[in-house]
Design a protein around this ligand. Structure first.
Ligand code: HEM
Length: 419
């Protein structure tokens, strides 16, 4: 669709039934990414009010800060060896650790955890890819599509991934159900408390499947996306030394030399980094087609009639590079946002990395806090070089993926400790 959709149009859309819910409900019931219908309204209310509210995001601040400190410590060790670092891996590990601790109260670095980070990476990557792949049921709703998918075993791989994730969630839930099991204020503990409270409610009753659906949403929606935007931001910065230098000078001047730690108290002091993040979202939205929507009622766009239950794909990647909307759209120029009110919070339809309207990303504040803190630390403490005499023009910019778009080749850079 052209970028002419008004907020009202996005309000008239929900998720297509075939997206997530059907695909993921083959292996086991009711575990879904982005549920649809009346059920999602209750789940979304819980997510927005109880799990991703600003207060909750603040309460997990210490986890983000500790995990970013851990990255800085590891990078400092790599500096001593003067070796290159796989920043794609570093960022994935950072976001996985944060989500792991926020959601489950457990850390993937800890030995003895039932699943290691490499396996989580494989599962999350495969699951996101499976979600973004069209199946016959997407096109032929009802029995025919499902039958053809069954014939071609289109769901076999998806089922396998989701069964493994289900077993993992179940294990963590069982641990939380043991006496003394709910010692951390993590999402599993919070939801188990809610399930207890809801037990006698007349209306919507939360159950274990709802809890697993929330965990699935957090794992598949939160790990990949936040790491992707940090990878692209660092890639653009090394390709644009002027911007990198300006960003580092800005951060180091404002925060002063010899700081031992950068915390979230520092985030609002530095403006230029915020412009860099906006510019990265414009050129590299991690979810280029946002997540599929379906019209709930008849709507009219630019004179075209769109009937109910039509699948809508909104190409925010193209909107972000549209020469009618942006000057020099292919260039990385954070200054374009100086004195501009355009933001990514769902109100400006030129820039929609988190979507908009009733199904927009409920965890935007949490994601932005992670991205800002991570990048600010990397830019304050380190200078960054290319490995093995590589030239800027040789940095590979190929994209890869379907539902999320990642830099195809890992980003390898050499850190030099500065501050
Ligand atoms: C930079 C990071 C992120 C980006 C770019 C992003 C982007 C998006 C987009 C484009 C959507 C669809 C919005 C729409 O249809 O209008 C979405 C939905 C969603 N996101 Fe995020 N997201 C990010 C981080 C996160 C995190 C950290 C979490 C959870 C921990 C999360 C959880 C969700 C959930 C649960 C939905 C589905 C909401 C619904 O269907 O009602 N996202 N996200």
């Amino acid at each position: 669709a052209e970028a002419v959709l008004r907020t009202h149009d996005l309000e008239c859309c929900s998720r297509p039934k075939t997206f997530g819910t059907r695909k993921l409900s083959y292996g086991f019931k009711d575990i879904s990414f982005s549920p649809y219908g009346a059920y999602w309204r209750e789940m979304r209310k819980i997510a927005v009010i109880e799990l991703f509210s600003l207060k909750k995001v603040q309460s997990f601040r210490y986890i983000r800060e500790e995990e970013v400190d851990f990255v800085v410590k590891n990078l400092t060790e790599s500096c001593l060896k003067q070796s290159s670092v796989d920043l794609s891996k570093t960022f994935f590990s950072l976001t996985a650790s944060i989500i792991g601790r926020v959601a489950l109260g457990q850390n993937f670095h800890e030995s003895g955890f039932i699943i290691d980070q490499e396996r989580i990476k494989t599962l999350v990557t495969d699951a996101v890819e499976a979600l973004g792949t069209f199946t016959f049921s997407d096109i032929f709703q009802g029995g025919v599509g499902r039958f053809v998918d069954l014939m071609f075993q289109r769901h076999k791989k998806i089922n396998k991934i989701f069964k493994e994730l289900d077993a993992f969630y179940q294990h963590v839930i069982d641990d939380h159900l043991k006496p003394e099991g709910r010692k951390n204020p993590d999402i599993v503990s919070l939801m188990l408390d809610m399930i207890d409270k809801h037990e006698n409610a007349d209306s919507f009753k939360l159950n274990m499947d709802n809890l697993k659906a929330i965990l699935m949403n957090m794992f598949l929606g939160g790990i990949d996306t936040s790491s992707i935007i940090m990878i692209w931001a660092m890639t653009e910065l090394v390709r644009n030394p002027r911007v990198m230098k300006k960003a580092q000078e800005n951060i180091r001047t404002i925060l002063g030399a010899k700081r031992e730690r950068i915390t979230e108290d520092d985030l609002n002091k530095v403006d230029y980094l915020k412009l860099i993040i906006k510019e990265t979202f414009r050129l590299h939205p991690p979810v280029p087609f946002i997540v599929p929507r379906e019209t709930m009622s008849h709507i009219k766009i630019k004179g075209y009639d769109i009937p109910p239950r039509t699948q809508i794909q909104i190409n925010v990647w193209t909107i972000g590079r549209d020469p009618k909307r942006w000057t020099d759209p292919e260039d990385f120029i954070p200054e374009r946002f100086t004195n501009s009110s355009v933001d990514f919070r769902g109100q400006h339809f030129d820039l929609l990395p988190f979507g908009s309207g009733r199904r927009m990303c409920p965890a935007m504040s949490m994601a932005v806090a992670t991205v800002e803190l991570g990048l600010m630390n990397l830019l304050y403490f380190f200078d960054w070089g290319l490995p093995n005499g590589m030239e800027i023009g040789e940095i590979d910019m190929e994209e890869f993926g379907n539902l999320t778009i990642v830099k195809k080749l890992p980003l390898q850079l050499v850190p030099l400790r500065r501050c």
